[in-house]
Design a protein around this ligand. Structure first.
Ligand SMILES: NC(=O)c1ccc[n+]([C@@H]2O[C@H](COP(=O)([O-])OP(=O)(O)OC[C@H]3O[C@@H](n4cnc5c(N)ncnc54)[C@H](O)[C@@H]3O)[C@@H](O)[C@H]2O)c1
Length: 396
């Protein structure tokens, strides 16, 4: 049984990933410092429904399935905590009570970052936090693996936002450049649209440094905005659902539009709405991370995949959600609001995202039917929706 360590295991993607691997017989350890919960409380941008603590979730999971997910609560910017995850020394497990070190992990899935572009641009303090948190966690991980477990495969989440919206096709991470009669292969040019995205570019650079200098094995998954909440594992018990934010700070666009449709708030399209991005269902995130785990790179290689399943303009998303909502009795308007972000509102966008499909992913596409199902699920929690957090007014 292989051991998978999930950094950021309490998060939107971390908890479903933990259950996904656990259900398939892996030994799973999750680590989190509850940053995401605490910051949502502090900024009063609550989640759609109450979420049990990580320890409670692990207990419920164990009761329902018999599988154990080991839980450690701590801040991964502490290098000693990070290192102890690879040595087992001084590890303080919160659950189970008799937890034993499962051995140095064969795979680490690194989600433990501040993931919001608007949060990173609230002010200089949140920008500083984003840079220091994301880079220090990544650097601590790189050094721990290099020093203590160089065979461990690091799967790190990047973002399609690292590439920006260039006027050429976006390759999967790498580009061959001919220059003055010579040629070489480089990381695809990156141009971030926020401090958060800048931190992700720097993470990628750190990992590439670690690969070419110390022979680390890294997969970087350049993911687009994720939507959805249910996975094959969460449907067995409502309390196992992942966190779901619908506010302007932490909610991703499709999740936000679904909630807006339910409360009769006009769907807030920023600017002209012709911004194109790649999107992915949370179930496919799990498939992709698992496929990456099964296909580790060789020592010294940085494998990069573009983790999206389809592309839409924001106008297309709004129209799709409006139609789906209308079909089940929610009349909803679309409102073009002044764009709070600095971004191109009309642009070329043609990313390649064949790599993960070639590894056997079967995509879940965004359809009228799948949107209706999401609306029906979220509708059950409508009493918890706080309409004040739909528009907060963060500007770039
Ligand atoms: N959700 C998306 O749409 C999306 C899209 C592209 C990329 N990503 C990337 O995927 C990763 C996970 O995103 P998510 O949506 O699950 O975010 P999330 O905020 O829900 O999860 C991240 C988790 O990491 C924890 N964390 C943060 N800093 C930590 C630290 N110093 N020590 C310990 N724990 C820490 C947080 O408490 C949180 O539970 C991030 O790296 C993000 O950049 C997400």
């Amino acid at each position: 049984m292989s051991h998978v360590l999930i950094l950021g295991g309490d998060g939107y993607l971390g908890w479903p990933t933990a259950m996904h691997f656990s259900a398939r017989g892996y030994k799973v350890t999750v680590v989190d410092n509850y940053f995401r919960r605490h910051i949502c409380d502090k900024l009063d941008v609550g989640m759609l429904y109450p979420i049990p603590t990580l320890v409670e979730r692990a207990r419920i999971w164990h009761k329902q399935t018999g599988y154990e997910i080991q839980v450690i609560i701590g801040d991964l910017i502490d290098p000693e905590l990070m290192r102890s995850l690879f040595t087992g020394q001084n590890l303080n497990y919160q659950w189970p009570v008799n937890a034993k070190f499962a051995g140095s992990p064969e795979t680490v899935v690194h989600y433990a970052e501040q993931p919001s572009a608007p949060y990173s641009l609230m002010n200089y303090k949140t920008a500083n936090f984003t840079l220091s948190n994301n880079l220090l966690v990544t650097n601590n991980l790189m050094f721990a693996v290099k020093d203590l477990s160089p065979d461990t495969h690091i799967i790190k989440l990047g973002t399609m936002g690292e590439y920006g919206t260039p006027n050429i096709d976006i390759e999967e991470g790498w580009i061959d450049i001919k220059h003055k009669g010579r040629e070489d292969r480089f990381l695809f040019p990156r141009q971030a649209g926020s401090i958060y995205h800048t931190s992700k570019i720097m993470d990628t650079d750190l990992m590439w440094f670690g690969c070419r200098t110390w022979g680390l094995k890294v997969t970087d998954l350049m993911q687009g905005p994720v939507y959805g909440m249910e996975t094959s594992e969460s449907i067995i018990d409502d309390r196992l659902k992942t966190i779901f934010n619908y506010d302007e700070l932490f909610g991703t666009v499709i999740n936000r539009f679904i909630v807006q449709a339910i409360v009769g708030h006009p769907l807030t399209v920023y600017g002209k709405g012709e911004q194109i991005r790649g999107y992915i269902n949370i179930r496919d995130t799990l498939q992709c991370v698992h496929a990456a785990e099964k296909n580790p790179p060789k020592s010294g290689e940085l494998n990069i995949y573009n983790q999206i399943m389809e592309t839409f303009t924001v106008n297309q998303l709004a129209a799709l959600i409006q139609e789906a909502a209308h079909n089940i009795g929610h009349n909803v308007e679309i409102e073009k609001v002044k764009n709070p972000r600095i971004e191109k509102e009309e642009h070329y966008y043609n990313p390649n995202y064949q790599g993960l499909i070639n590894l056997g992913i079967t995509p879940h596409y965004l359809t009228i039917d799948s949107v209706q199902k999401m609306i029906e699920t979220v509708f059950k929690y409508r009493e918890y929706i706080d309409t004040n957090v739909i528009r907060i007014g963060i500007q770039w």
